[in-house]
Structure formats: C-alpha cells, structure tokens
Design a protein around this ligand. Structure first.
Ligand SMILES: [Zn+2]
Length: 268
C-alpha cells in the first residue's frame, strides 16, 4: 500500500544526507487513550473479615516442620475457602533441598505429590493445594525477591503464602493472578480453636446451677447462647469474638481482680 506512493522508476535513496528516514511500512504508535481522571494514587478496598485460619493440625505441622531443622523448609497447604476466610486444612511436606537461607522444592516432587493425591482419589485435595509456607530460621518474617518469584510461579488463580520464623513469628500474603496480578500482604492469621461441644454444655450447666443473675438480660436467651464462629464474617459477631477471647481491655491495660460488689453485671 505504501509502496504505491513511490514512483516505479525511483530507486530507494541510500545517500547519507538523511540518515534517519521514516519507515513507510511502520505505523505510528497509537495513543492508548486520553486521560480523563485526575492522576491520584491508586487505592483499593479489602473486606474487613479477610483472614487466614490455620487448623490446629496445620499449625502443628507448620511449626513442627519449621522448628525441626535450622534449614529453610517449604510445605504446601490445602486451602478451603469460606467467604473471606481462607482455611488451611493441612500441609504436605515434599522432597526438597533446604539451606540456611534458601529452600527449593523440586518441581518433580510437587508433581509427584499431586499425582499421589489424584491416585488416591483425592481430586479435591489436589486441586485445593493453594498455600505455600516456608521458614526463615533466625531471620525474621519478610518476602525476599526469590519468595516474590515463587509466589508468582505457584499462584494459579490465587495463592496463600506464609513465612514463619523464630518465636512463632508469622507473616501472610495472598496473591491473585486474574484479572490483574495483585498482592495483599500482612493478612491476619488465626489458629483455629477446637471446641468440645459436650464440655461446653457441661460448663453452661454449671454456670446455670451456680451463677445467679440479679438483673440484666437472661443468660440463657437464644442470642446469648449463640457463640460466634471464627468463620463468621459478620462484623458484630467478629468483634464479639475478640471481646470474648481477648477480654474487655486494650492490649496495654491491666486490671486487678476485686471482690465482687453490688455492681451491675455487664450485659453480655
Ligand atoms: Zn523466604
């Protein structure tokens, strides 16, 4: 098309007078668009209830593996998602080469583990391996450049990554690949607390027998009896969970126990 602009008898010019000659067959760069918005810094919004929960088994495995050696170790975890909670059910330790400051899982070992699960008919389990955890013995919790690369490499749709160090230090991030590469760092991590329903009922019975409530709402009302679950995304229940597990005081506050006086009980 562009060649038709050239006269047939005209040979291409090759003189040195015009060293930068526009190439006729090259289209100019088309602008991507005209900016309509103000150039403010990008922001994003995350759900309040976003968290990662380690089952007791996963917690024991993770720190059990990590503290069994002074070398770095890696393991892969099975993730179940409930709303905005990512529950790490258990880990699988694969064959790997560990060092004091690096850990490399053999890709063949990962494939072998996945095949083994598929062979046992555990298709869902194999598909749910969406967590990578590794240890930093004596180094603290951070993401090295290699760690960043591993997160990108292992993330299929999403990946929960954990890094642990001494004194049960833990740091968590979630990476997504689609529709844009995205990393949420410092995701809160919880360890699941198992409850024994029979024992809880026994405790409630003891309280009913021995504790007399003089006024305030009845202790055995339907709502009072409902315990919040760790997986509830309801904010009020979640704050109830904190209130019940961490007490009524802020972190730095303390209080001394005093003899019971005629003060009204706190109504919850
Ligand atoms: Zn690392």
């Amino acid at each position: 098309m562009f060649k038709s602009l050239q006269k047939p008898d005209e040979s291409p010019k090759q003189n040195a007078e015009k060293p930068v000659e526009p190439k006729l067959d090259e289209k100019p760069h088309w602008p991507l668009g005209v900016s309509l918005s103000k150039s403010d810094k990008l922001s994003c919004f995350l759900p309040d209830g976003l968290k990662v929960v380690l089952t007791q088994e996963a917690f024991e495995q993770l720190f059990g593996y990590a503290y069994a050696t002074r070398s770095e170790i890696s393991c892969l975890g099975v993730v179940r998602r409930e709303g905005n909670s990512f529950i790490i059910e258990r880990f699988h330790l694969v064959k790997q080469e560990g060092g004091s400051a690096h850990t490399e899982m053999e890709p063949s070992a990962i494939a072998e583990m996945v095949e083994q699960l598929l062979g046992q008919g555990k298709t869902d389990e194999a598909r749910s391996i969406k967590c990578w955890a590794h240890s930093h013995p004596g180094m603290g919790v951070f993401w090295s450049k290699t760690d960043d690369n591993t997160c990108v490499l292992l993330a299929s749709d999403y990946l929960v990554s954990l890094v642990v160090s001494d004194d049960y230090a833990i740091r968590c991030r979630i990476d997504t690949r689609q529709p844009i590469p995205f990393t949420v760092d410092q995701v809160p991590v919880f360890c699941e607390v198992r409850t024994d329903q029979v024992k809880l009922e026994q405790y409630a019975k003891e309280v009913a027998e021995k504790v007399t409530v003089s006024f305030g709402p009845p202790a055995n009302s339907a709502e009072a009896g409902r315990r919040p679950s760790l997986f509830d995304d309801d904010e009020s229940l979640w704050s109830d969970y904190f209130r019940q597990t961490h007490g009524f005081l802020d972190d730095d506050e303390t209080v001394e126990l005093e003899p019971v006086r005629d003060e009204p009980p706190i109504p919850f």
